[in-house]
Each structure stands twice: as C-alpha cells, then as structure tokens.
Design a protein around this ligand. Structure first.
Ligand SMILES: [Zn+2]
Length: 197
C-alpha cells in the first residue's frame, strides 16, 4: 500500500498515480575558478499522488491558483521599489547609490510578474489541449515535483521522469531540460532506457 505524498492518505490500487523518477544530485561549488557544479545520478524513486489531490491541483492550475504566491512575492518587490525611489529622491537628493536598489526592484518585480503570468497562461493552454486523464496525470506530476525533497545536506536534488516514453527526442534535450552535465545526461539516458517498465 502506498501513501499519497501530498495528503499522506493510504491509497487503493487504481486510485493513484505512481510516478517513477531518477534522482539527480547536484553540488554547487564555489572556488577560485568561479562557480561550477558537481553532479551525480542518485537512485530511481517512485512518487505517489492520489487522484483527489491530483484533481484538486489540476483545478488550481486551470484557474491560475498555483501562481498566486509567486505573483504576490513579485508584487511586494515592485511595491518596495516604488516606495524606495521617492524616499531616495527626497532624502538623499537622488544619489545613484540610494536610487539604484529601488529602480532595480521595480524592474525585477515587473519582470517577475510578467514571466509568472506568461508561464501560468502557457500551462493553462497546455492543460486545455489534453484529454481529462492526460491532464490529471500531468497535474499529478507537477504536484509530485512540488512536494518532492529539494535538498539533501549540501546537495540540491532534482528529478527526471524515468519512463522511456517521456524521454525527449534528443539526448541533448535531456541535458537542457533538466540542467544536466553532458556525461550525466548520457548516463541518465542509458539508465532510463535500460529500466524495466
Ligand atoms: Zn492525496
């Protein structure tokens, strides 16, 4: 019996999504040569999401509800910028060193708002083009990845869907899509292809 990683409820056979993933462990390294990363493949893992959580998440995605937190965050950055600029003009006579952070916040907040709205809209279009069951599965995947652990000690964890059918057309695409080093992308491809379904 598996439990849903979102609500913790025990799930019956057939009322759930069990999604295999390959874990990627990435360690960001900062040294004299600048910033680079050390990357290794971890284990295969299975994420389980129940149907009711998947359909709730689907509803949220369809109405743009999943992006509200991000929108609010960028809005606060934008507002902070708007408040700081007049203060810098009045109190510091517009000295660039005081003015720049406010201008930067306005730009960053606006860019964040625009990209969040754009992402949310393209996700909704994507979901609308799918059949009901396909959209539910896609939302289960999105929910699994938001609930999955992102850190283990100093390492960042990320996940590649471990199904042959979900491999992109080219190995290079796997590298770009999941931010992999070339040799790790090749190894991941090999392991996913060799994995018994
Ligand atoms: Zn659940």
């Amino acid at each position: 019996m598996k439990t849903c990683m979102n609500c913790g409820r025990e799930m019956k056979e057939g009322e759930n999504f069990v999604l295999p993933y390959l874990t990627v462990r990435t360690l960001p390294v900062r040294d004299l040569g600048g910033e680079h990363k050390v990357q290794a493949l971890g284990d295969f893992t299975e994420f389980a999401v129940c149907r009711s959580c998947a359909s709730e998440h689907l509803k949220k995605e369809q109405t743009g509800g999943t992006s509200q937190k991000r929108l609010l965050g960028f809005l606060l950055v934008l507002l902070a910028g708007i408040c700081v600029i007049p203060a810098a003009l009045l109190l510091a006579g517009g000295a660039p060193v005081y003015l720049m952070p406010g201008i930067f916040a306005v730009f960053a907040g606006t860019a964040g708002l625009v990209s969040t709205v754009r992402d949310s809209r393209s996700r909704r279009t994507e979901l609308a083009s799918m059949g009901t069951e396909e959209a539910l599965l896609s939302s289960a995947r999105a929910l699994a990845l938001t609930s999955a652990p992102r850190k283990q000690g100093d390492e960042d964890l990320s996940y590649i869907p471990a199904e042959k059918a979900l491999l992109p057309a080219k190995k290079g695409d796997l590298m770009v899509l999941y931010d992999l080093l070339p040799e790790i992308a090749l190894e991941a491809w090999k392991q996913i292809e060799a994995r018994p379904e």
